[in-house]
Design a protein around this ligand. Structure first.
Ligand code: FMN
Length: 143
């Protein structure tokens, strides 16, 4: 089984906790997980990965983090055709619009969103969200 990359950005640790749960789900299904901060990855590093996970909280006004995640996605959304992608992230006061927009961009680029939609947590992930993230990890390992 291939190693599954879990690429994430997190300012205060909420999305990072979700990334850790996705990684433990991958491992529980017998896969290998590699946690990678967005700041350290380029689109060419992941161009060969047909199954991958991305995590980013809602930032700005319902947008992706603008320093590293948005520039990455502007390029990646044109190169994601045929890929199976898991999305996750935390939000605060909104209603998840940033995640719907993110899903739509990747779907428009030809990707399939694992589970049909991203897993979102209001602030710190509770037990229910952690368990959804672990399920996402298992789906990644088996995709
Ligand atoms: C600069 C900034 C902008 C934010 N913008 C939004 C937003 O548009 N909508 C929302 O629901 N939450 C917003 N939030 C709240 C974060 O998404 C929330 O605190 C989240 O848990 C942070 O995840 P993290 O711990 O992984 O960084 C914002 C937070 C910051 C610091």
């Amino acid at each position: 089984m291939n190693k599954v990359k879990v690429v994430f950005w997190s300012g205060t640790g909420n999305t990072e906790a979700m990334a850790n749960a996705v990684a433990s789900g991958i491992k529980s299904a017998g896969g290998e997980a590699e946690l990678i901060p967005f700041e350290t990855v380029s689109v060419s590093d992941v161009s060969g990965d047909s199954v991958i996970a991305f995590g980013c909280p809602a930032m700005g006004a319902e947008v992706l983090e603008e320093g590293s995640v948005e520039p990455f996605m502007m390029d990646y959304e044109n190169k994601c055709s045929g890929k199976k992608i898991a999305l996750f992230g935390s939000y605060g006061w909104g209603d998840g619009q940033w995640m719907r927009d993110w899903q739509d961009r990747l779907t428009a680029g030809g990707a399939t969103i694992l589970g049909g939609e991203g897993v979102i947590a209001n602030n710190a992930p509770d037990d229910d969200v952690i368990s959804k993230c672990e399920d996402l990890g298992r789906a990644l390992a088996q995709a």
